[in-house]
Design a protein around this ligand. Structure first.
Ligand SMILES: [Fe+2]
Length: 428
């Protein structure tokens, strides 16, 4: 698989020599009878530094399709905010991994919404989903008009075919699919992972401030596909998620017929092992914002609609410091997942790879009693936390739970118990 590297670069790629116009975007007659189509994920008037658009040169215009049909049978467990039966529940939640599905289930139908916030119609907030699937999408593509898809595979490589080209996304990588891009997901077998469906502003790299010009996720490590197309006449279904509902339309050809494209809005993947992790070399545990990979800003300056934050392998060297994540109450709300290994605040068990937890706005959380006691008594030699990859979707909005997430058999009714057994402080 070929990739071109960079984040928000102005890429230019063609699968057939001469397909990409030179010096103009919409020539009178593009080469080979291709059709020029602009694809915008920011408004025309967005300041240039934040403006995102690409030009696609395709065999047929996307507009050439018939009436779309509302499809009640598709994605029945993939819900949107505001959730009809959403419960604003302050309780801390934790779940075991999703079960593997019975029968053949693809990426769309394998999606289960756990919680959501904001409002799809207001282009604010996000949906948080876990997928568990075992079948490839066959002659079926997905277009999520409601938001950008940040996909975090936990089990099984996702083979993505998109209008912009193809991406392989194994566990340890993430994929970001801009709002509205058509894509299909093929899998090799049982596959599972997490999705933030970002209704808000597109993800971007966080500012680095005093860190300087380098660090955290470096732009060159993001990988975009090169142009790839298929010239295939067949019955093809495009599923569109639009304002929380699913619609389908049947084409007589594959929609992956973009022969060349240029621009700066594109699907991409990123290997989380390339994240340059920064931490203290003196004392105190830094705020986890130091681990931000991507951020979707909200209208309130400095406050994220969604931060994607990872807890990767790293050295711990702080002196006279309680090294695990500290006890915390947060105006932001935190949804966590675990790709592999063990999370250093939950060494007492219960947070398994593929599992999830939710700590909603202003509700106390932190290390379990086992991890706390161990950290308070540890010899503070430098040591490396290895074989671990946890992450967090953190949002300014409290999450409302999907009722189906409350009713999952893997929801742990005893999660509060991990914060029992703390000895009381003894005053003089
Ligand atoms: Fe927290």
């Amino acid at each position: 698989m070929d990739y071109q590297t960079g984040f928000l670069n102005h890429f230019a790629t063609e699968a057939v020599d001469g397909a990409l116009p030179v010096g103009r975007n919409s020539p009178q007659k593009p080469a080979f009878g291709l059709y020029a189509e602009q694809f915008s994920t920011t408004a025309f008037t967005t300041p240039r530094v934040e403006n995102r658009r690409s030009w696609l040169y395709r065999m047929r215009p996307t507009a050439a399709h018939g009436k779309m049909r509302k499809a009640e049978e598709v994605g029945t467990r993939w819900l949107s905010s505001p959730l009809d039966c959403g419960i604003a529940d302050p309780n801390r939640m934790r779940w075991d991994p999703l079960a593997q599905p019975d029968g053949d289930v693809d990426f769309i139908d394998g999606m289960t919404t756990y919680c959501a916030n904001g409002d799809v119609a207001a282009c604010d907030g996000l949906g948080v989903h876990l997928y568990s699937c075992n079948a490839s999408m066959k002659d079926r593509a997905l277009q999520v008009s409601d938001g950008e898809m940040l996909i975090v595979p936990q089990q099984g490589t996702l083979h993505l075919t998109t209008e912009f080209g193809r991406l392989d996304v194994p566990p340890g990588h993430i994929a970001v699919i801009p709002r509205g891009v058509r894509f299909a997901v093929a899998v090799d077998g049982p596959s599972a992972g997490y999705v933030a469906e970002n209704y808000g502003e597109p993800f971007r790299l966080p500012d680095l401030g005093p860190i300087g010009a380098n660090g955290l996720a470096n732009p060159r490590d993001f990988e975009a596909p090169v142009a790839w197309y298929e010239d295939r006449d067949c019955t093809f279904t495009v599923v569109q998620k639009y304002q929380g509902h699913f619609w389908t339309v049947t084409l007589d050809h594959s929609p992956f017929d973009v022969v060349a494209w240029h621009g700066n809005t594109t699907p991409c993947r990123y290997d989380l092992a390339r994240f340059n992790t920064i931490g203290t070399v003196s004392f105190d545990h830094p705020d986890p914002s130091i681990f931000t990979v991507l951020t979707s800003p909200s209208a309130i300056h400095g406050t994220a609609n969604c931060d994607f934050v990872i807890f990767p392998p790293r050295w711990m060297v702080a002196e006279d410091t309680f090294r695990p994540p500290w006890f915390h109450r947060n105006v932001m709300s935190e949804f966590m997942g675990l790709v592999h290994g063990e999370y250093d605040a939950k060494e007492g068990g219960g947070f398994a790879p593929g599992g999830a937890s939710l700590h909603n706005q202003m509700n106390g959380h932190g290390p379990d009693a086992h991890s706390t006691q161990k950290a308070m008594e540890a010899d503070l030699e430098p040591h490396k936390i290895d074989d671990t990859l946890a992450f967090m979707f953190e949002s300014r909005w409290p999450f409302r739970l999907a009722r189906q997430a409350c009713e999952l058999p893997g929801r742990q009714s005893d999660y509060d118990d991990c914060w029992t057994g703390f000895p009381k402080a003894e005053l003089p």
